[in-house]
Design a protein around this ligand. Structure first.
Ligand code: KG4
Ligand code: ZN
Length: 354
């Protein structure tokens, strides 16, 4: 069944809309537009939920119009609407859900609320058509978990962060070293000329069984190392900065690679995929790829970071499974993909870790 789905995403600091043409077995992205709020939040050192919500409310219409124009599609051609209904910053999620309800009601088309994490988790299937089940490592500014993806709406969480997400740690390290935000790319660039072995930073939770992760202690270790250098030498040289970035990046890659090996042993799958903004990191990609001989899928960056094409795709699969929501669809700040798994403790500046 060929369907045209409008996807809407506004759960963090990107306002996004996308048009996807089905069927789910052969999806085609007709357009995928994202308006980032990075500049609005830059001077606050993190995402300010109230500013984010207002900016989403202002930009949503515009993004939908732009997505339609780029897809050369009229609003009346849309068969159904999929919207992120959580988890995330509640004001932003609400703005998206309200916009989607308005459109669904006005057009008389069905609506479905999508879990943002499901969007990320299904992306390797959208881009590479990989078969269920597969292991997904989701690493972004807001999330970090290992998921066994068993179906469009069936996920088992094998482990996740108990505190910060790795992207948060990259952003914090950049701030500690006076590098620009977002921290991931600037730390990666600075690390290029650095010695990853100069500082012996911790590898948190490797001594414990299982696939849970922790990044907050690593961040603090970078802070202490920085302060020790400053106390001894009166400041940081470019080389100190590069070495510290390289050592931090090596620690993150080490922990994620070793935990991936454990997750793969548990998951019994034939494909390993990665998604989320931190998956853009080249050192990390190379380490993850070398963990096993299984096929490794890393979607293109524009589909790894927050976007609405992944929401439209998750929506398409949900509709094909016969699921839809009514006008009573609620926005959820917390929404674990695997309802049976123990709740994650962490709740960072980008909202609940789910
Ligand atoms: O998935 P994403 O766009 O948004 C959410 O957090 O949901 O991920 C953004 C995060 C930021 O923390 C950013 O610093 C990190 O991904 N990031 C990177 C790189 N590019 C972006 N981290 C490490 N290395 C990179 N090259
Ligand atoms: Zn995300």
């Amino acid at each position: 069944m060929s369907q045209i789905i409008l996807g809407i995403e506004s759960s963090c600091d990107d306002t996004a809309a996308a048009i996807l043409r089905g069927p789910g077995t052969a999806p085609r992205i007709l357009s995928n537009v994202v308006l980032s709020q990075t500049d609005l939040h830059a001077k606050f050192g993190g995402v300010v939920p109230e500013i984010a919500a207002r900016a989403h409310a202002e930009a949503l219409d515009l993004m939908v119009e732009q997505a339609l124009a780029e897809a050369k599609t009229a609003l009346s051609d849309i068969d159904a609407i999929a919207v992120t209904a959580g988890p995330g910053l509640i004001g932003g999620v609400l703005a998206g859900v309200m916009a989607a309800k308005g459109l669904a009601m006005g057009l008389g088309r069905p609506l479905v609320g999508i879990n943002h994490l499901a969007g990320h988790a299904l992306t390797p299937r959208l881009t590479d058509g990989i078969a269920f089940p597969y292991l997904l490592l989701l690493v972004s500014g807001g999330h970090c978990q290992f998921l066994r993806v068993e179906g469009a709406e069936r996920f088992v969480r094998l482990g996740g962060t108990i505190d910060d997400a790795p992207g948060e740690a990259f952003d914090k390290v950049a701030r500690l070293l006076g590098l620009p935000q977002p921290g991931g790319p600037s730390v990666e660039t600075a690390a290029q000329g650095g010695n990853p072995k100069r500082f012996a930073l911790p590898r948190p939770l490797l001594d414990r069984p299982g696939c849970d992760l922790s990044f907050s202690g690593l961040k603090t270790a970078v802070l202490r190392t920085r302060d020790t250098i400053i106390a001894k030498h009166g400041g940081l040289t470019e080389q100190d900065r590069a070495d510290l970035c390289a050592s931090f990046q090596a620690a993150v890659a080490d922990v994620l690679a070793q935990k991936t090996a454990r997750a793969l042993a548990l998951a019994e799958v034939t494909t390993f995929a990665v998604a989320g903004g931190v998956a853009a990191n080249q050192t990390l990609r190379e380490r993850l790829q070398s963990v096993s001989d299984l096929p490794f899928v890393a979607p293109p960056l524009a589909l790894c970071t927050d976007n609405a094409a992944m929401i439209a795709y998750a929506g398409m699969l949900a509709f094909e499974n016969g699921r839809s929501d009514g006008m009573d669809l609620v926005a959820r700040p917390r929404w674990p993909l695997d309802e049976k798994a123990a709740p994650m403790i962490g709740s960072g500046k980008r909202g609940a870790k789910a």
